[in-house]
Ligand binder design. Structure first.
Ligand SMILES: NC(=O)c1ccc[n+]([C@@H]2O[C@H](COP(=O)([O-])OP(=O)(O)OC[C@H]3O[C@@H](n4cnc5c(N)ncnc54)[C@H](OP(=O)(O)O)[C@@H]3O)[C@@H](O)[C@H]2O)c1
Length: 245
């Protein structure tokens, strides 16, 4: 049972049709927030999330945008606010995750990962901050792999490093009105095509020797959108993996 401390607040959650974005959207709704559910291709899942949120007693809307297109990223906050009113919470969860090494990464991979995983969140943060609001909270989804190196996901990880920097810089730029923080998940959901055993096999190496779940990430996001004295912070929801990098 959760409180309704976010009653009267409206959140935009990107990539909220499924997986972690969906879990965060539902969690914020359980705490009383109304939610704009962004999706790119998962329209049915986004509509299902909207229905679940309405059953929880909050309002919800869906908005489609391809965040690989800078013009669409630049318009998303105003489109969301046009249907839902001013936004008080922004969760940047939508992301590309693909494999690439230093040897084979392509220019297109780097530009696409940067567009979706770093540039779009920056555009959303700017437009969110430009609203006429007294206070707001932003949470960006990073990855525990921003600690150390990740030679198998080069384009992805440099885009997450960029987003980590944008998080800190935006926290400086947009204080005192707006707090900007991040959650860095580790072994939480298996990548597409892998099942639970993928997580179980890897979990033994972690300090906590277990993998997490979407609710663990949602817990961290829910904390950060209510924290009064925290900005420029990263919560590693990773069973301690960042300590071993
Ligand atoms: N899952 C994990 O264990 C894990 C671990 C570390 C970090 N993270 C981070 O946590 C966040 C959420 O993870 P996740 O596993 O839920 O992510 P995901 O399933 O890989 O992607 C989330 C959503 O991003 C959207 N997306 C992809 N490309 C897009 C584009 N060009 N424009 C707009 N939306 C686009 C997709 O929406 P549509 O389906 O509507 O196309 C997708 O459903 C991500 O930032 C990820 O990097 C996750």
């Amino acid at each position: 049972m959760h409180g309704r401390g976010l009653e009267g607040r409206t959140a935009l959650v990107t990539g909220a049709g499924k997986r972690l974005g969906r879990a965060i959207a539902l969690r914020l709704a359980r705490e009383g927030a109304d939610v704009v559910i962004h999706y790119r291709s998962s329209e049915d899942e986004a509509e299902a999330t909207r229905g679940e949120i309405e059953e929880l007693g909050s309002e919800a809307w869906t908005v489609q945008a391809d965040l690989g297109e800078p013009a669409q990223a630049a318009e998303l906050v105003s489109r969301a606010a046009a249907v839902a009113g001013p936004l008080g919470i922004l969760i940047n969860s939508a992301s590309i995750f693909d494999t690439s090494s230093v040897d084979d990464v392509t220019f297109d991979q780097v530009t696409q990962n940067m567009a979706v995983n770093a540039w779009a969140p920056l555009e959303l943060m700017r437009h969110f901050a430009a609203q006429d609001i007294d206070e707001g909270q932003i949470v960006n989804l990073l990855d525990t792999r921003v600690i150390g190196a990740d030679p198998a996901h080069v384009a992805y990880i440099i885009s997450k490093h960029a987003l980590a920097q944008f998080t800190n810089l935006a926290a400086l730029e947009y204080g005192p009105r707006i707090a900007v923080n991040a959650v860095a998940p580790g072994l939480v959901l298996p990548p597409p095509g892998k099942d639970e055993s993928y997580l179980a096999d890897l979990a033994g190496n972690l300090p906590l020797q277990r993998h997490g779940g979407a609710e663990d990430v949602a817990d961290a996001a829910a904390y950060l959108v209510t924290a009064r004295f925290v900005t420029g912070q990263v919560i590693y929801v990773d069973g301690g993996r960042h300590l071993r990098e």
